[in-house]
Design a protein around this ligand. Structure first.
Ligand code: ADP
Ligand code: ASP
Ligand code: MG
Length: 419
């Protein structure tokens, strides 16, 4: 018998009608003869509501209590789905993170999974019971509930899939796969039949929220085959795992060797969660960058893009870098506190920026992608404020008001628009 992991996101379990629809998807796989572990998110909007309440109650005091509150959305949906399946005559039970247990480190709010001893879950699955697992949550070294960061149920699903050596991990969401860019802002975006782990990792980390970055990292390391597919496609029209007569639905995230036709650029992502910091008129001499970035690292602030302007007179320069938007205030305070040792004239922070990235494995062997990108962006009158690259990605920082224009322009430039 095959073992299958099925994960359903917030919009897929938004209310009881949606939960019944999810139950039909699960029933289809069970009837096809598979052992199913099902991971659920909280109902759409629920986690936001819970976070807002903890903020109001004074979240900054105790991150462990924050986790205890925000993990509760998944407890509700796992129980409701188990009840719904039972009412359809199927054997099912819910599992909370601590009951499996999904062991994590103690970094509340962004914990990482350290181990999943899956014996009890396996026994239950082998006995023919469907396991409904509350995603997003685990248990820390101090026996307190932890959560895995926003979108973390994807990571729960991949980690469970690895722990039970599942044959596939199906991520059901509100789109029918991974697209060349966010289909909500570019209607011409096309669904990718397959995408490599590396490209998906870059897409996710550069803002494509369809999968949590950590889940892709884990899938790549543990070689979990991921299929991103829609829960809104009717259960009766969705082929079950192992049906070789049907075309595989959705997007398979897999090894690059499995992908025959490689595009130079496979996707465009954008991220609005970065902020820009500019340090004006710092001395253009060795050691200055270290005096700025050292304290930021000590404060645990991740710096992403960095640009240092060419100095006019060889004496002073401006330095621009980006940090996560949530860390902007802290980053400004850190640089201000180090003003004497850095020695600069002024400090500016802004949040009205977006990072737009083009991603593709083909870039490894193809020159000129960056040049084409910069030309097309400049022809739209958009100023590039910072650039960063990796082997398979080029990112630019631009004014946030040009997000859609830039994404659409690049989507057309690299021939990604649907015919
Ligand atoms: P879930 O609640 O199921 O986890 P998410 O909202 O986290 O769903 O992720 C699905 C959303 O990701 C889609 O509705 C879509 O707008 C967005 N998205 C962003 N980039 C992409 C992309 N390249 N392909 C598909 N969806 C994308
Ligand atoms: N409910 C959590 C969130 O909204 C986890 C998830 O949906 O994956 O971030
Ligand atoms: Mg998600």
């Amino acid at each position: 018998m095959s073992r299958l992991v099925m994960k359903f996101g917030g919009t897929s379990v938004a209310d009881l009608d949606h939960i019944r629809n999810v139950a039909e998807h699960v029933k289809r796989e069970v009837e096809a003869g598979h052992h199913c572990a099902v991971i659920v998110s909280a109902m759409a909007g629920q986690t936001n509501q819970l976070i807002a309440w903890t903020d109001e109650a004074g979240r900054c005091h105790d991150q462990a209590e924050y986790d205890s509150v925000v993990a509760s959305g998944e407890q509700v949906t796992s129980g409701l789905l188990a009840l719904t399946l039972q009412s359809m005559g199927l054997k099912a039970r819910s599992w909370l993170g601590w009951q499996i247990p999904v062991k994590t480190d103690g970094a509340h709010g962004r914990a990482r999974i350290t181990d999943i001893p899956a014996d009890n879950l396996m026994d239950s699955l082998e006995s023919g019971e469907i396991g409904i697992i509350a995603g997003f949550q685990g248990i820390g070294p101090d026996n307190r509930i932890t959560t895995l960061g926003r979108g973390g149920s994807d990571t729960s699903a991949v980690a469970i899939a690895a722990a039970i050596a599942a044959d596939r991990c199906d991520i059901y969401t509100d789109v029918d796969g991974v697209y060349t860019t966010d289909p909500r802002i570019v209607p011409q975006a096309q669904r990718l039949g397959k995408v490599s782990y590396e490209e998906m990792l870059e897409m996710a980390s550069q803002g494509a929220k369809v999968l949590q970055t950590r889940s892709v990292e884990l899938a790549m390391v543990k070689k979990v085959r991921l299929l991103v597919r829609s829960s809104f496609q009717k259960p009766e029209n969705s082929p079950p795992f192992g049906d070789d007569t049907a075309q595989t639905p959705g997007t398979l995230v897999c090894d690059e060797d499995e992908i025959l036709e490689q595009q130079i650029v496979s996707g465009i992502a954008y991220a609005k969660d970065e902020a820009k910091v500019t340090v004006l008129k710092v001395a253009d001499k060795p050691g200055v960058a270290a005096r700025i970035f050292g304290p930021l690292a000590d404060a645990n602030i991740n710096v992403d893009m960095i640009v240092q302007n060419v100095s006019d007179d060889g004496r002073y320069t401006d330095l621009t870098f980006t940090v996560p938007k949530d860390d902007l205030d802290k980053a400004m305070q850190v640089v201000e506190a180090a003003k004497e040792s850095i020695n600069y004239s002024d400090l500016r922070g802004s949040t009205d920026v977006v990072k737009v990235s083009v991603i593709g494995i083909g870039m490894r062997s193809h020159a000129g992608v960056a040049a084409e990108m910069f030309k097309a962006i400049s022809e739209q009158g958009i100023n590039i404020q910072a650039i960063s690259t990796s082997e398979i990605k080029i990112s630019i920082l631009i004014d946030a008001k040009y997000t859609e224009l830039a994404v659409r322009t690049l989507h057309t430039l690299y021939d990604l628009d649907a015919a």
